[in-house]
Design a protein around this ligand. Structure first.
Ligand SMILES: Cc1cc2nc3c(=O)[nH]c(=O)nc-3n(C[C@@H](O)[C@@H](O)[C@H](O)COP(=O)(O)OP(=O)(O)OC[C@H]3O[C@@H](n4cnc5c(N)ncnc54)[C@H](O)[C@@H]3O)c2cc1C
Length: 433
């Protein structure tokens, strides 16, 4: 029984917990296990669109920003796959999404601490042994197992955000962007497709639909309640917001100030990349030669207010935010590229009372990413990518995963395993301490 006790169990294996597993591999004093419900590592499979790339440089791999000589770096992957020369001649920093996914799969396959095909069903706190009991269900054969551990790290990611008027309407022809690649055939057979939202996924989907429009002849509507199809900040000084320095500054602000600030920072992390906007515009320009305008409608500042089903179609009614007028149109397929939200996972229901929550019902997170607890115990529950409200907009950023994982490992080890520097950028956020 004793060898079933882990120092750390990770729930979920997305890039952040996978990076933690990779960085923990040489740290023999921390015995860890990471548990994932999918049967293999899969990074947003419904959006691995050909031609789409990750929006951070390849250096934001699972380990490099913590330790560039780690054997699980992206460059080691290229070497293992005999692709170093091709990558060298390619001369690009932003690798295809498909390659990032394949790189992560290559890392996951080598880590014995990563276990796939098991869903964490429940977690209980055991007062007597002072351990957490993590109960899992095997996805294939329905058997359950229980593991004991001293500490936990929740890396469960986020869930699709569905606007209120589309709740309970999901179908083969009305779905979230996360399912885009699985629904392509339905889209190809439609007369009219509507994309809602104006983030990177919405733009990539629009571009993909536009490229195929001549073959399938559907009409494409692209609508967003935002005031435009706006680019995401990508200037060098703007990018310094995604640094450990900014996390320090943001964390030092009052909760009210942090909430106010986050509301004004959408375009630092939510818009469309310049290159995708350019690709879309260039294709529209070329397709419209000789007055051959593509059958498309792009509308911003419009919010969907009602959705009705009529004869196997959908009737969408929008309100224009500035003109305060309504209009409707009918469409066959709707793709909700409406983003993702953090959700507290069901598996922690039995330990909710052990956790401290802020007045808005969110995790109360310490600077080193462990949750405030209601009992005075040495055990820790860490969170990954759930700290937007405390640590700021870098929370979902792949480029800061190594920093967060270094902090978590140093806390768990009680010593500096991966050094983290306080000053990393040119500008100074806030008044110097
Ligand atoms: C389409 C898309 C593209 C993105 N591209 C970029 C980019 O280019 N650059 C960037 O910086 N950021 C990007 N992001 C944001 C980035 O935060 C995510 O890509 C990243 O996947 C988040 O990693 P994660 O580990 O938090 O969660 P996820 O990748 O969502 O992984 C969480 C895992 O937990 C598992 N899980 C959940 N509950 C349980 C349970 N009870 N038991 C077992 N397993 C469970 C899930 O199955 C899932 O595999 C992108 C986001 C999206 C949606």
């Amino acid at each position: 029984m004793q060898d079933r006790v882990y120092d750390l169990i990770g729930v979920g294996i997305g890039p952040f917990n996978l990076g933690l597993a990779a960085l923990l591999e040489p740290v023999t004093k921390i015995k860890s296990l990471f548990i994932e419900q999918k049967t293999k590592f899969q990074w947003h499979p419904g959006l691995l669109i050909e031609g789409s790339s990750i929006q951070v440089p390849f250096l934001a791999d699972l380990v490099t920003m913590a330790e560039p000589s780690n054997k699980f770096s992206f460059l080691s992957y290229l070497k293992a796959k005999s692709r170093l020369y091709q990558f060298y001649f390619w001369e690009e920093f932003h690798i295809p999404r498909r390659e990032y996914n394949h790189y992560c799969q290559w890392v996951a396959e080598q880590l014995s601490s990563c276990c796939f095909g098991q869903q964490v069903e429940s977690i209980n706190w055991q007062e007597e042994s002072q351990l957490f009991a993590v109960k899992t269900q095997d996805i294939k054969n329905n058997t359950s197992l229980t593991y004991d551990c001293k500490n936990l790290v929740l890396g469960v990611g986020s869930v699709p955000q569905i606007p209120a008027c589309f709740q309970n309407m999901k179908s083969e022809s009305l779905f979230h962007s996360a399912e885009f690649l699985d629904r392509r055939e339905i889209l190809r057979q439609s007369k009219s497709v509507t994309v809602i939202g104006s983030g990177q996924s919405a733009a990539e989907i629009f571009y993909e639909l536009l490229q195929e429009q001549e073959n399938y002849q559907y009409e494409i509507n692209w609508c967003t309640r935002s005031s435009g199809f706006l680019p995401m900040e990508y200037s060098k000084l703007g990018l310094e917001h995604f640094s450990p320095d900014y996390i320090h500054y943001f964390y030092s602000l009052s909760p009210q100030k942090r909430d106010d600030l986050i509301k004004k920072q959408d375009l630092l992390y939510k818009g469309i990349s310049f290159s995708t906007i350019n690709k879309i515009y260039d294709l529209l320009y070329e397709r419209s030669v000789a007055e051959n305008y593509p059958n498309i409608k792009l509308r911003s500042g419009v919010e969907v207010k009602e959705v009705e089903t009529t004869n196997n179609r959908y009737r969408l009614t929008y309100r224009h935010s500035h003109q305060d007028e309504r209009f409707s149109h009918e469409t066959d397929c709707i793709i909700l590229a409406t983003g993702y939200r953090h959700a507290v996972p069901n598996c922690i229901a039995n330990i909710r009372d052990l956790m401290q929550w802020d007045e808005k019902g969110r995790y109360n997170i310490n600077f080193d990413y462990h949750l405030g607890l209601t009992k005075d115990i040495p055990n820790r529950i860490f969170v990954q990518n759930a700290e937007l409200h405390t640590h700021g907009i870098g929370s979902p950023d792949l480029g800061l995963g190594c920093y967060r994982n270094s902090v978590i490992i140093n806390t768990l080890a009680g010593e500096t395993v991966y050094p983290v520097k306080r000053q990393n950028i040119f500008q100074q956020f806030g008044i110097a301490a």
